[in-house]
Design a protein around this ligand. Structure first.
Ligand code: NAD
Length: 444
């Protein structure tokens, strides 16, 4: 151990301030749903359990680079609007930064910081040679034309081009961003440097260096994790009704893969509302319906459920695959699922996590459950760099290997240390990360 690691820094834990000055109920509620606060509490919890030296924890309490950009866009009506965007690299100790880009009206600096931190942890849990990053623009893409979206994406790419690059920081899709948007990022970056650079971004269309299986990867990973969970905890997956919140990239593909494997998907939802059928929903038909309609909420052949009541549906497995904070201390006591597999990032507040743990509900945390996306993004990046592309069968088999291995490692720690899966996943991720932080030391 180096002299530095022996001399502990005097760093107050994140929560000390709140303990000294009892927070008002309102402030507590704001803190409960603040993603960065949530993330730092999770880090503190794992750090305390592992007796981790302050040097490592203090490094992870700070994002390495935070870039705020203004993104001027000529709108279709001739006016100019300036959007605010971010690109944040949380940690680079294990490799280049990796993380998605989100377009949403509720994007905030604290949200992007937390999402970047969770990417650092996620890449470490599944042992990919990456650090964590995230980006976002505060905008409502649903109210923008294709032309406006393209101009905004290209200008944002140009603004963050001082940070991104195939060896530095590789963006990917997240909420409200898709293959076409990744294609524009790849093209804009390539135009800037003067040659085609597919490895700068993942989740691209296949025709410009995208990977087979990337579109379905996060949902497929959610399924692989759930199948391992069923095996480890001894329940029959085919007899366990599944409800999936969110019908975007993660939710719809998870629903498809669960259904393909003979599981009964009894509930699905999007921002407009939810659908429920205890006999099982026809996912293929609902996907066709969604292709022609803005929301699945009006699909006629199922019971309709309010979006905010969805997590309370009768089911055995609940997959939140929409946004943060959909399972809170308020609704957690009414959750009926025995297992929650977090397709989304940060869907369960820490307060809700405590309630669920007390009730014996098993939660597979985001940093493990939705790691299938970044895993196949890693495959895409490797294929781009080698200019040699793999078959879909090969990709899915490699994805399965990585996810199964990571689940078993986390489950083993959970059983050995008698802790929940979130803490176990943090312990696995933090162990690897701490090694890299220690080996690299502090420059200069
Ligand atoms: P997306 O934009 O494709 O889909 C989001 C879905 O959530 C939409 O169906 C939307 O209608 C729904 N939604 C939004 N608010 C909702 C609400 N309050 N209640 C119910 N549904 C709501 O986004 P995505 O890429 O599927 O991402 C979903 C989540 O998964 C995010 O937390 C994201 O960070 C995480 N994630 C995504 C990937 C990926 O590869 N895309 C990988 C890992 C994690």
């Amino acid at each position: 151990m180096s002299a530095e690691t022996k001399s502990p820094l005097r760093i107050p834990p994140m929560i000390q301030k709140t303990e000294k000055q009892p927070a008002s109920a309102e402030r507590r509620e704001v803190l409960e749903t603040n993603p960065w606060h949530m993330a730092m509490q999770q880090l503190d919890r794992a750090g305390t359990k592992m007796n981790m030296e302050p040097l490592v924890l203090e490094r992870l309490r700070h994002c390495k680079r935070i870039l705020t950009v203004s993104v001027p866009v000529r709108m279709d009506d001739g006016t100019l609007r300036v959007f605010e965007g971010y690109r944040i690299q949380h940690n680079l100790d294990r490799g280049p930064a990796k993380g998605g880009i989100r377009f949403h009206p509720q994007v905030s600096l604290d949200e992007v910081k937390a999402l970047a931190f969770w990417m650092t942890m996620k890449c470490s849990v599944v042992n990919l040679p990456y650090g964590g990053a995230k980006g976002g623009i505060i905008c409502d893409p649903k109210k923008m034309s294709i032309g406006e979206l393209e101009r905004m994406t290209r200008r944002y790419t140009s603004e963050i081009s001082i940070l991104i690059g195939p060896d530095k920081d590789i963006p990917a899709p997240d909420v409200n961003t898709n293959e076409q948007i990744m294609g524009w990022i790849m093209d804009t970056y390539s135009m800037t440097i003067g040659y085609s650079c597919p490895g700068v971004v993942t989740g691209k269309p296949i025709d410009v260096g995208g990977s087979l299986g990337r579109r379905e990867a996060t949902g497929r990973g959610v399924f692989y994790v759930t199948r391992e969970l069923a095996c480890a905890r001894g329940f029959d997956l085919r007899k366990a009704p599944v409800a999936i919140q969110g019908f975007g990239n993660v939710g719809s593909n998870a629903a498809k893969v669960f259904a393909e494997h003979g599981c009964k998907v009894v509930g699905i939802s999007d921002v407009g509302g939810g659908l429920y059928d205890p006999k099982g929903l026809d996912i293929d038909e609902i996907m066709l319906y969604r292709a022609k309609n803005d929301t699945i909420a009006d699909y006629p052949k199922a019971e309709h459920v309010a979006a905010d009541k969805f997590v309370e549906l009768p089911c055995e497995i609940l997959v939140p695959a929409a946004m943060e904070n959909t399972i809170t201390a308020e609704n957690a006591p009414r959750v009926k699922a025995k297992y929650i597999v977090e397709g989304a990032n940060g869907p369960t507040t820490n307060e809700a996590d405590r309630v669920l743990n007390q009730r014996g509900v098993v939660v597979v945390p985001d940093i493990l459950a939705n790691a299938g996306g970044v895993t196949v993004s890693y495959f895409e990046w490797v294929q781009d760099i080698q200019s040699f592309f793999w078959s879909e069968k090969e990709i899915n088999a490699r994805l399965q290997d990585i996810i199964v291995k990571a689940f078993r490692e986390v489950e083993e720690v959970a059983q050995r240390e008698k802790v929940d899966l979130r803490l176990a996943a943090f312990m696995v991720g933090l162990t690897r990360l701490a090694k890299a932080v220690r080996i690299r030391g502090t420059f200069p």
